[in-house]
Design a protein around this ligand. Structure first.
Ligand code: SF4
Length: 184
């Protein structure tokens, strides 16, 4: 799918908004996914009807790796849904596309690399721009600049009451550098 097609569909379906930066973000994510630079499955983490709307009836691009990732996502749907719920609790309520971006970010959070890489962003700064646009209060809450995946899962653990940290404070924690620090 061309970036132009992605732009057209993203901005003319239910997601209409000429000034929505998600149009640009999703172009970049699609291009990165198609060139194997993300951990995202063929449908980017979107439900089939949303993905079909995005590609506007054109033949979906599939790869063996993308299909395998789709199957893995199905196995982790509950975890994916928890992440989606967390993100949407903090959505900006400016654009309908925030719902779809929550689905994509949640799928990328299931990968094993830094989130900015798994999502196909150019840098951690660009990821922050995307998150700030879509889920501003969640970004504000990460006031110690924790690594994003760690931060998301910590929120889920605290919500569920299943606090998993092994230390009373981050400063005393033996795995401090897993949660904070460079993500280049
Ligand atoms: S540094 Fe340790 S205590 Fe702090 S969030 Fe990470 S695991 Fe939990």
């Amino acid at each position: 799918m061309s970036a132009a097609l992605a732009r057209t569909r993203w901005s003319t379906a239910e997601y209409h908004s000429n000034d929505d930066p998600n149009t640009r973000f999703v172009e970049q994510i699609l291009a990165a996914q198609r060139t194997g630079l993300t951990c995202l499955p063929d449908q980017l983490g979107l439900f089939t009807h949303d993905y079909q709307q995005l590609i506007a009836g054109h033949t979906a691009s599939t790869t063996e790796q993308g299909q395998l990732r789709q199957q893995l996502l199905e196995l982790r749907r509950d975890e994916w849904q928890d992440l989606v719920n967390l993100l949407l609790k903090h959505r900006a309520h400016r654009h309908a596309s925030e719902r779809l971006m929550a689905h994509i970010v949640a799928a990328a959070s299931l990968g094993s690399e830094h989130l900015w890489r798994d999502l196909g962003m150019q840098s951690r700064d660009q990821l922050r721009q995307l998150l700030t646009h879509n889920f501003p209060s969640l970004v504000q809450h990460n006031d110690r600049d924790m690594r994003w995946k760690k931060f998301f899962y910590k929120q889920l653990c605290e919500q569920e009451g299943g606090y998993v940290c092994r230390s009373p404070t981050c400063e005393q924690c033996p795995t401090y550098h897993d949660c904070f620090g460079d993500e280049s």
